[in-house]
Ligand binder design. Structure first.
Ligand SMILES: Nc1ncnc2c1ncn2[C@@H]1O[C@H](COP(=O)(O)OP(=O)(O)O)[C@@H](O)[C@H]1O
Ligand SMILES: [Mg+2]
Length: 403
């Protein structure tokens, strides 16, 4: 019997459009002999929509018109599946719009990649592909992520973080820490992505300006030593935390107008030197070179650091780990993990001999394997607390029981 696979995409982050592209690539790659592919679009106001019309990318040119023709839906849990339920049932429409056996979230950034939608799937008891709630949250929060990487002995650049609200009261202390790292430094909001709110400061005046900007996007701001001259390498990993495989490596290039990869470079495509743009859209449009010119030992180092990053962050499914390399010394630093990478990093896997449809099969298999393992675990214990409950003992025993 075919599995009903819901592909969730859209969302309210700046990567909304990128998600639409990535999801359509993924839907096309899913083998229709094995799966009924059901698109679920998450609008910017978090309403969910379902319709076969969502399968056709060209319909997104007129989003308002498209949504008027789609059905707004809710999801609810039934016995061993999740039901797609229209919010407003028309007189003639069928009661429900079908069921889901499994979800593949193809959403980037806030609410899609940060544990939010994963928490929604958990409450629905809907098996879902990729990182679980906690790994997704840690992967999105650069502060939690860097602490974990650093404590696990992975190479990260010297850094510190503070709450943006603390800037005025701790300004001298903060600037002292910046001077210890040494200018130039790069500032980042903890949880945005797509380079939003990221900038480089060369002196105190610039630092203060950059801090204010970064602080507008997140409660926590990171300050980091700038790697220069820098080359940027990415490597994808697929699997489970304790059993995974690393892909081929790509080198990515930023435009001449910035010192780092900005939104434009990432999603509107650039071209530089010998780097090849693949022609398709999404992350596949970044100026990139798959299998760049690197010493074999560096390639192996990056692949093993990618696997270790994936492991210590508890990741699952297909992720992309981004690295910065000092072009002079060859030193390699882990920059960050992307738990739902643009285009699901299919181009790195095709370069590693894994076809996109096989990649999607593996994602589904990993989801089902995790589900089977989880169903064997013990999450609750039978207690007889309520059977012994009396009015007078209530407050005391409830307090005593919750430890
Ligand atoms: N320490 C650093 N030194 C130099 N450039 C950096 C450093 N950290 C990030 N960058 C540049 O900024 C870009 C965005 O930073 P990143 O941490 O990846 O944030 P995002 O989550 O927004 O992608 C990177 O792709 C890289 O070009
Ligand atoms: Mg990045």
């Amino acid at each position: 019997m075919k599995l009903n696979v819901g592909v969730f995409f859209g969302g309210e982050s700046v990567e909304h459009e990128v998600s639409i592209i990535s999801a359509h690539q993924a839907m096309n790659a899913l083998n229709k002999d094995k799966y009924n592919v059901i698109p679920i679009y998450v609008a910017k106001d978090r309403k969910l929509y379902s319709s076969p019309l969502l399968e056709d990318m060209s319909n997104f040119k007129d989003l308002t018109g498209l949504l008027n023709k789609c059905t707004q839906v809710n999801l609810y849990q039934a016995d061993n599946h999740v039901v797609i339920h229209p919010v407003q049932k028309s007189l003639f429409s069928k009661k429900d719009l079908g069921t889901l056996d499994l979800a593949i979230p193809v959403m980037h950034g806030t609410n899609g990649e940060d544990g939010t939608i994963q928490g929604f799937f958990e409450m629905l008891k809907l098996p879902y592909a990729g990182c679980d709630l906690i790994a997704a949250a840690v992967g999105q929060d650069k502060v939690l992520q860097k602490h974990t990487l650093e404590n696990s002995g992975l190479p990260v650049t010297p850094w510190f973080w503070v709450y943006s609200e603390e800037f005025e009261s701790k300004r001298d202390e903060i600037l002292e820490r910046v001077h210890k790292i040494g200018y130039p430094v790069i500032l980042k909001p903890a949880c945005t992505g797509s380079s939003v709110g990221i900038s480089i400061a060369h002196n105190d005046a610039e630092y203060i300006e950059c801090f204010e900007d970064a602080g507008q996007y997140d409660a926590k701001v990171i300050t980091e030593q700038v790697v220069a001259p820098m080359r940027e390498m990415n490597c994808s990993v697929i699997g489970e935390p304790f059993q995974a495989r690393a892909s081929a490596i790509e080198e990515v290039f930023h435009g001449a107008d910035t010192d780092f990869l900005d939104f434009k470079d990432k999603y509107q495509g650039g071209s530089k030197g010998s780097a090849k743009s693949s022609g398709s859209k999404g992350m596949a449009s970044v100026s990139r070179l798959v299998n760049p010119d690197l010493p074999e030992e560096t390639t192996r180092t990056i692949q093993s650091l990618a696997l270790e990053t994936f492991r210590v962050l508890g990741s699952s499914g297909v992720c992309r780990i981004d690295f910065m390399m000092n072009a002079d010394s060859g030193e390699v630093y882990v920059n960050e993990i992307n738990t739902i990478p643009g285009s699901l990093a299919f181009y790195l896997w095709e370069a590693s001999g894994l076809h996109f449809s096989e990649l999607m099969d593996q994602l589904v298999d990993l989801t089902l394997t995790r589900e089977r393992r989880r169903s064997r675990m013990t999450y609750s214990y039978d207690t007889n607390l309520l059977s012994t409950y009396t009015e007078s003992s209530g407050a005391k025993s409830a307090k005593g029981a919750k430890r």
